[in-house]
Design a protein around this ligand. Structure first.
Ligand code: TYM
Length: 326
């Protein structure tokens, strides 16, 4: 069975963008692949960190994966930092990655501009991601469009390693959802909906009160064209709402357009707002049940044990190939 793998970084509460671009993809591929889904807590250390908050979020992420319908019997679910071999594999891969290619990553270029005192971790971030992907020979990596370049780097690094040291890694492919590859900020629909965005009005957290989320949709930026049409270039706000409604209902964009064709923007927003509010109500109820049960520890213990075993084998193979053995 082929393998899929993805991770999400706990630098803020999970957003609707994370759900549509990532968690929902994993749910849809469930059963068709051997699946690995983790919390990328080591990646969260590349930006300023509040330890108490990070600790709390790690558990919230896992609880929310399950609440979103991820079936723990069909995915290996784990916390990145509980896999002892990932940082070690990452170091060996760093020594097969050029400084030039790491520093050309778009995310590095953008984030390093935001804070003059950025750490080396921000530069080596995609190499840690390569270790995440390569340790288990993932075939497919479902991500939103913003992470595509990082997955391609993992493939390049693996290919270079294989050519230099002999066959060691499977070459992974990126998997981008057909729709919802990028959910946009509600206030500024030209930029990505991001969990680290400072203005909460543009972002729907999976933990938002359903009514608060609906009011954010009601206040979303639209346009003055007064027509419900999927046209991301000229109507980015309306197109974003169409994508959200389509992703959460399972209807095609065309169906959502035709259901709403005769409505004004206010009425259309209320329709999308209700869909989002009902979705949140449902997952939050499940989330509370999950946190009150003892399922999380069992799932995480199983995940840590399975992934440590796989990563240890890969680490030892790499050491042998590279000559770093006794
Ligand atoms: P992160 O936490 O920024 O995002 C997690 C996943 O959600 C997707 N995503 C979005 N998709 C659509 N619209 C949006 N507005 C949106 N915002 C985020 C991201 O593309 C991603 O798929 N570096 C990764 C975590 C990671 C990882 C990995 C992923 C670490 N190691 C190995 C895959 C494989 C990250 O920061 O994701």
């Amino acid at each position: 069975m082929k393998k899929i793998l993805t991770g999400l970084k706990p630098t803020g509460d999970l957003t609707l963008g994370n759900y549509i671009g990532s968690i929902k993809q994993m749910k849809e591929l469930e059963g068709k692949y051997e699946s690995f889904l983790f919390v990328a807590d080591l990646h969260a250390l590349t930006v300023p960190n509040d330890p108490a908050l990070l600790h709390e979020r790690i558990r919230k992420f896992i609880g929310m994966y399950l609440a979103c319908g991820i079936d723990p019997t069909k995915h290996t679910i784990y916390i990145q930092s509980e896999n002892n071999y990932i940082p070690a594999i990452s170091w060996l891969l760093e020594c097969s990655t050029y400084y030039g290619e790491a520093s050309r990553m778009i995310q590095f270029k953008e984030k390093s501009k935001e804070n003059a005192n950025f750490t080396v971790g921000l530069l080596t971030y995609p190499i840690l991601m390569s270790a995440d992907i390569l340790f288990c020979d993932a075939d497919l990596v479902p991500v939103g469009i913003d992470q595509k370049q990082h997955v391609e780097l993992a493939r390049d690094v693996a290919d270079r390693f294989n050519k230099k040291y002999g066959d060691t890694f499977n070459l992974p492919d990126v998997f981008i959802p057909e729709k919802g590859a990028k959910i946009y900020d509600l206030q500024d629909p030209t930029k990505k909906m991001s969990k680290t965005e400072e203005n909460p009005k543009g972002v729907i957290s999976l933990f938002d009160e359903p009514e608060v989320a609906k009011s954010k949709i009601m206040k979303a930026t639209t346009d003055s064209l007064a027509t419900i049409k999927y046209d991301p270039e000229n109507q980015p706000g309306i197109s974003n709402l169409l994508t959200i409604a389509s992703s959460l209902t399972g209807k095609t964009i065309e169906e959502v357009v035709s259901d709403n064709a005769l409505k004004g923007y206010g009425e259309f927003k209320s329709y999308v707002g209700d869909i989002v509010a009902n979705f949140l109500k449902d997952i939050q109820t499940k989330y509370n049940d999950i946190l009150n049960s003892d399922i999380l520890n069992k799932v995480l213990d199983d995940g840590a044990s399975k992934t440590n075993k796989l990563a240890k084998e890969k680490y030892e193979l790499m050491r042998e190939k590279m000559g770093v053995i006794r």
